[in-house]
Write a protein that binds this ligand. Structure first.
Ligand code: 0X9
Ligand code: ZN
Length: 309
């Protein structure tokens, strides 16, 4: 069972990653940097055609499923693994870059969205202090240490955009943070996958201002959207590209792409994948198509990044 042809449970995603790591030991290394709040392993793959530890190539980091209910995001992340490792039609992408792909950064929430509440968004953590026992979970995309808990977020654990008791209160966001820091010297492109809305968003999302690298961000963003459009696949609207706050229509602080950019990743994006009229419940029959077209965007963005970073 391929994790990019359907919505699948966590074990199917992890089995796929394990099998890829076992079958291609020269290219792929499995890393389990820690466990989620409820004790599930968080797993990512390091993919390199040379030696990852050489640190000579620029690196691209794709992260998905910090928001539990956004079920279209693990197919897109696992399809990227498939394209890079199993289907070598575009060798350049493996020769010119090293890759880190983390398909499920919030495994507790993801499983909970399958077993208990389809539209669960947050992690599943509880802390001593407050009503957090009644209302578990933190919005991982408000938990980063960038203008933390100031805009589009809440200090009430019972809300869906609760920012947590402190920045990086969640092990799930700390793991993503630590990957960014570990490879900061050569990470040129960071993409966090979300749904929905067919948007490619870049900093700054808290106040709608533009970063020093706005031209680069916009150029690569447009290139990614254009590549998806050029596939000419049916069904979905054209991607909108622009500042996070402006394009999505609300400000939010403590988000992953802003944090990555603030500490020095030159190109950092949130992809809001298509939802059609079904939103988070996009029909799984579209999983393969969304995975394929999104990969075109990522691939084009990677190549464009080489020109401008
Ligand atoms: O609100 C979010 O976290 C993202 N949208 S979602 O519907 N997937 O929840 C958008 C985040 C945009 N980025 C910033 N505001 N920095
Ligand atoms: Zn999201």
């Amino acid at each position: 069972e391929k994790p990019y042809d359907n919505y699948v449970r966590l074990n199917v995603i992890y089995n796929y990653m394990d099998s890829i790591a076992a079958k291609y030991p020269n290219i792929v290394k499995m890393v389990t940097p820690g466990n989620s709040f409820e004790g599930r392993p968080i797993k990512y793959l390091k993919i390199s055609s040379s030696n990852f530890e050489d640190r000579s190539k620029s690196l691209i980091f794709i992260e998905a499923t910090i928001h539990a209910r956004e079920w279209i995001t693990p197919p897109v992340a696992t399809y990227a693994i498939h394209k890079l490792v199993e289907d070598l039609t575009d060798r350049e992408l493996l020769d010119k870059f090293d890759w880190i792909i983390l398909p499920v950064s919030n495994p507790d929430g993801y499983e909970f969205s399958h077993t208990n509440q389809r539209f669960w968004r947050k992690t599943r953590s509880i802390d001593q202090s407050q009503s957090s026992r009644l209302c578990p979970g933190v919005d991982g995309n408000r938990n980063y240490d960038f203008h933390w808990r100031t805009v589009g977020t809440s200090n009430n654990p019972c809300t869906d955009n609760y920012g947590g008791s402190r920045p990086f209160s969640e092990v799930e966001t700390r793991i993503v943070r630590d990957i960014i820091h570990e490879y900061l010297d050569r990470m040129t492109l960071f993409i966090t996958l979300h749904s929905f809305g067919s948007m490619i968003l870049y900093p700054w999302g808290h106040d709608g201002s533009l970063s020093q690298n706005a031209l680069g961000l916009h150029t690569v963003g447009i290139t990614m959207a254009e590549a998806i459009y050029e596939k000419k696949l049916p069904h979905f609207p054209r991607y909108a590209v622009g500042n996070s706050r402006l394009v999505i229509g609300y400000g939010a602080s403590g988000a992953a792409e802003d944090y990555a950019h603030s500490i020095g990743v030159p190109l950092a994006y949130t992809y809001e994948l298509p939802g059609l009229r079904q939103g988070f419940n996009l029909d799984p029959k579209y999983a393969r198509q969304v995975s394929e077209e999104t990969w075109e965007g990522i691939a084009a963005g990677a190549k464009k990044a080489r020109e401008i970073v």
